[in-house]
Design a protein around this ligand. Sequence first.
Ligand code: 4AD
Ligand code: MG
Length: 478
Amino acid sequence: MSQRTKIKALLESEQTNMEVTVKGWIRTFRNNQFIALNDGSTNNNIQVVVDFENTDPALLKRLTTGAAISVVGQLVASLGKGQKVEVKATQIEVLGDSDPEKYPLQPKKHSLEFLREIAHLRFRTNTFGAIFRVRNTLSYAIHRFFNDRGFVYLHTPIITASDAEGAGEAFKVTNLDMANPPRVENGDVDYKQDFFGKATNLTVSGQLEGELGAMALSDIYTFGPTFRAENSNTTRHLAEFWMIEPEMAFYDLEDNMDLAEALLKYVISEALKYNADDIEFLSQRLAEEEKQKPQNERSEMGLTEKLQFCLDNDFQRLTYTEAIDILKESTPNKKKKFQYLVEGWGTDLQSEHERYLVEKHFKKPVILTDYPREIKAFYMRQNDDGKTVRAMDILFPGIGEIVGGSQREERLEKLEQRMDEMGIPKDELWWYLDTRRFGACPHAGFGLGFERLVLFVTGMGNIRDVIPFPRFPKNAEF
Ligand code: 4AD
Ligand code: MG
């Protein structure tokens, strides 16, 4: 087998007039002469020129959109417009045919909704090729960021008996006979007879186990799938999503915010550096989509500008209480334009409020801190005012909440008191409470929703388009 060169390398090649082997999938074949070939290494196709007069007509017929081929030929400077180099084929082999009558991807624009239905093939479009290359860069950059800072990548369990967020949105894991489960006297299912000898679920967050690691390794992070059975059919929620959760001993909330801001800026700059072509393509895609919208709904910045803007500006930091004051006095609140009017202190912010703060008021990413304790999880450190906790949420333009985190309650008594108030079973979390008994220290951490990050960097509008095979209510295809 001769050495195959990837298309990205061929297009960047300084050298021409040499024999190359290239393999990929045909995007288009026009005039019986020009193949646009793509192998996923870049958004750009290489042009393969076919000597059709000296090629078997039976073979020409098989050069259809979607077919996989192997080409041997000369890499030469291109005379045509649009590409610097092309391959003059001397030998073409069809590795896998693709019946043009049946192949669902035609060389034309398909709607994102349609492509979602053929998610097994959508990788072969320019848009999804770009999205998944950017996703890969972001993932790798996250690991590099933490590794460079001496963080330990900790693999927390996927199956667990706890509900870290206490929101009751966990998927059950069981191998009991669903049609006829064993029961205890009062009729409840007897989970003692289940696989793990107790009721278990898919994790909603690796944080609690992450904290255990941080209490010895100092700085850890998890990066894995998390699962939530929340029935929110929105463009921002998935039932299965990936989350990055760093947890740091001896950090307070300020340190936590600094780290989160540095992480976001670093990974965005890495995407701009390594995926310039893809982001340029996605930027144009977004610009075209924006043109369909009425003038007043169009965003002021293009994708590249928006990303650069994030890098160039400090995130605006303010407390929840300050944010409520701004929202109360805001025009949409006074003119009753918000769907949920902001009246008093203490209610959770809706995404329309978050987006107002970010997109209209501050016009940059915002970090809100010190939320009312009633709307936050039990593990957040309580402030002296008796009302708020040391929480922080990072809000991004077009996305809303991208990061949620806090300084943790390290004082055993305060933590137990809060768990009692919120009905969190202390006996089940004995191991978590042990860290507060033995060498407790101030610590903090946060969770970054990976798909929300990919959504932001790619400028896509629906979270279902930035994960290969989205899971959401009534959908687990592929
Ligand atoms: O705010 P959340 O629920 O925080 C936690 O789970 C903490 N344990 C994190 C921590 O402090 N270690 O979730 C964190 C982030 C959100 O800000 C959001 O970006 C993302 O996870 N997220 C989702 N992304 C997609 N689909 C969903 N259903 C999501 N729920 C949360
Ligand atoms: Mg949150």
